[in-house]
Structures are given as structure tokens and as C-alpha cells.
Ligand binder design. Structure first.
Ligand code: PBG
Length: 325
């Protein structure tokens, strides 16, 4: 057999394989999402997210130092709001002394170089577990946007580096950007959760924050997973409104969307490898059905290969350690 081309030449050994690798994952790519709770010395393992924890601020800072030491330079904060502080309009979300605002300050004091992002949406603060204000059984857009602006400003006052509106209300990126300009927060960024789909894979996250919707679902604001082109529209509009980074979420079942958005925009694209994706790998690994470490690296590499410049992932620390080996 005389072959003109032998493709296996470029796979002969690991040196040539790494030499020609198109996608190289590094800890620089990761954002570590963190769940924060009140109290001190508290560490609660989330049942549907094995080995992932909701922690009090002191232990969160310990975790952040560890993340920094393995090369993870960005975190995305979520807080668990006490039931008695929840209402319909999310008042606690812009409390200057709220858990989120105190956490931002404490983290920036302890590890100033860590790039701190915050989730902006009302669901952890809402008695209904919805991302917006509820009126007559509907999630109202414009009043919610006003609440999100107050929330974003309070995060900026506390010292956040970038806010990440995850609510999918229309016009919120423009409103937040304008408010930042008016209040002279010219260095605070906005990462729009631009193409966020109504997904069953958020389940474990809602366990972590006790934030599942009390009635109905999120389909009137989050996107229909049947749609691809709509994701491009959402991303382009967020950029026009002033988003510095656009996000696609979830990750793994949406890699076609990631590529579509990546090809359409000229800002960094981030992808959220969400709680349900984490839980599936953990569960299969526990059963001995997949090799966990290999599944982590293959998954994250595939997300980057699809077009992600940034990946928010609960595997950030584990993956960074694996990559540093
Ligand atoms: C809140 C929010 C959610 C997630 C991030 N921000 C849940 C939701 O929209 O219901 C999900 C993250 C994950 O599942 O890991 N708006």
C-alpha cells in the first residue's frame, strides 16, 4: 500500500500531539462560581453537587486564596439569602450591608488581585424564586430592570470588578451601563448572560441557593432551547447595549450555540458549564462509569474548542490542579 498522506504521523507520540494541539486549556480560562452563606466557619456540601460547598465568608476567603494559588484569577459570587429577608421586589439585593456587599468587600480586601464578578438577578432574594418582580402571576420587565440597576450599583459601591446580569430581562445591560456612567463607575464591567436558556440542568444550583421558582417556570424570560439564531440576536443586542463579555449558558448541550455566537461577535465569549453538567460527571464517576479527571478535561477542552474564551465552571480548582501537574 502506497499512501500519499498518512494522518497518523501527527499522532505518533505525545510530543507531536501537543505541538499541533489547536486548543490549549489553562487555569487563566476559568471563572470559579462560589456560593456564600451567613455565619462563620460554615461549610455545607450541596447534596446534588458532591464536593462542592456553600461557605461562610471566612471560609470563602480561604478557598479564594487556594484558587489564586493554583492560577484561577476570577470568581463569580452567589449568595444564599435568608428566608426572612426575601420579598417580591428583592429589597435585600441592594442592601449596602447585605451578605453580597459584605462578601465583595471582604474578598477584595483579602485578595485584591482576584477579579470579582457577581450574579445579578432577583431569584435568590425573591419569595417566588423568580429572577424578576412578579405582578398578577407575570414577571414584569421594566420594574425588574430598575431593581437590577440598584443591585448593580450597590455591588459597584462595594468594589466589584464586573457584574453579570443573569435574569434575561430586556434592556438591562443598557440600563446598568448608563447607571454606571452616571455614577462614575467607569471601570466596572458587564458580562451579559446573553444567551441563557430555560434549562432543566440548573436544578442542583437551585438546591444550593434554595432558589427554585415557587410557581411556573422561567420560559417567559429564558430562551427556548429549540432556538439557535435567537442566541445571536441576544448576544449582538447585549454588545450594543454595552456588554463587555457575552455568555452562553448552559455549556455542554449548547456547543453549537457557543460556536454560532463566537463567529458573530467581537467581544470575549464566556460559557457557563453549569451545575447539572457538574452533577452528571460526578454521578457517573461515582458509579465508576467514567474517569472523572479525564471527563473534566475533555469537557472543558470541548467547550473551549467550540469557541469559549472563558469558562465558568465548578471544576475550576480541580481542572487547574490537573493542568498544573
Ligand atoms: C440565577 C442563576 C441561575 C444560574 C446562574 N444564575 C439559575 C436560574 O436561572 O434558574 C444557574 C447556574 C448553574 O446551574 O450552575 N438567575
Amino acid at each position: 500500500m502506497i499512501l500519499q498522506r498518512r494522518n497518523r504521523i501527527l499522532r505518533v507520540n505525545s510530543s507531536i500531539r501537543s505541538l499541533i494541539a489547536e486548543t490549549v486549556l489553562t487555569p487563566n480560562d476559568f471563572i470559579a462560581p462560589l456560593f456564600i452563606d451567613e455565619g462563620e466557619n460554615i461549610e455545607f456540601e450541596i447534596p446534588s453537587m458532591p464536593n462542592y460547598f456553600r461557605r461562610s465568608v471566612d471560609l470563602t476567603i480561604k478557598e479564594i486564596k487556594e484558587l489564586w494559588s493554583v492560577g484561577v484569577k476570577s470568581v463569580l459570587l452567589f449568595i444564599k439569602c435568608k428566608d426572612e429577608l426575601k420579598d417580591n421586589i428583592g429589597t435585600e439585593a441592594w442592601n449596602k450591608n447585605g451578605l453580597m456587599q459584605r462578601s465583595i468587600k471582604a474578598i477584595k480586601d483579602a485578595v485584591p488581585e482576584m477579579y470579582v464578578m457577581t450574579d445579578v438577578a432577583l431569584d435568590p432574594y425573591s419569595i417566588y424564586g423568580h429572577d424578576g418582580i412578579v405582578k398578577d402571576g407575570e414577571i414584569v420587565n421594566d420594574e425588574t430592570v430598575e431593581a437590577l440597576v440598584k443591585m448593580s450599583i450597590s455591588h459597584a459601591e462595594a468594589g466589584v470588578d464586573m457584574v453579570a446580569p443573569s435574569d434575561m430581562m430586556d434592556g438591562r445591560v443598557a440600563a446598568i451601563r448608563q447607571a454606571f456612567e452616571k455614577n462614575n463607575f467607569t471601570k466596572v464591567g458587564i458580562m451579559g448572560y446573553s444567551a441563557k436558556y430555560a434549562s432543566c440542568f440548573y436544578g442542583p444550583f437551585r438546591d444550593a441557593l434554595d432558589s427554585a421558582p415557587g410557581f411556573g417556570d422561567k420560559k417567559t424570560y429564558q430562551m427556548n432551547y429549540a432556538n439557535r439564531i435567537e442566541a445571536v440576536k441576544e448576544a449582538l443586542m447585549d454588545i450594543e447595549e454595552g456588554a463587555d463579555i457575552v455568555m452562553v449558558k448552559p455549556g455542554l448541550p449548547y456547543l453549537d450555540i457557543v460556536r454560532e455566537v463566537k463567529n458573530a461577535v467581537n467581544v470575549p465569549v464566556s460559557v457557563y458549564n453549569i451545575s447539572g453538567e457538574y452533577a452528571m460527571i460526578k454521578a457517573a464517576a461515582k458509579m465508576g462509569w467514567v474517569d472523572e479527571n479525564k471527563a473534566i478535561l475533555e469537557t472543558l477542552t470541548s467547550i473551549k474548542r467550540a469557541g469559549a474564551d472563558i469558562i465558568a465552571t465548578y471544576f475550576a480548582k480541580d481542572a487547574a490542579k490537573l493542568l498544573n501537574q
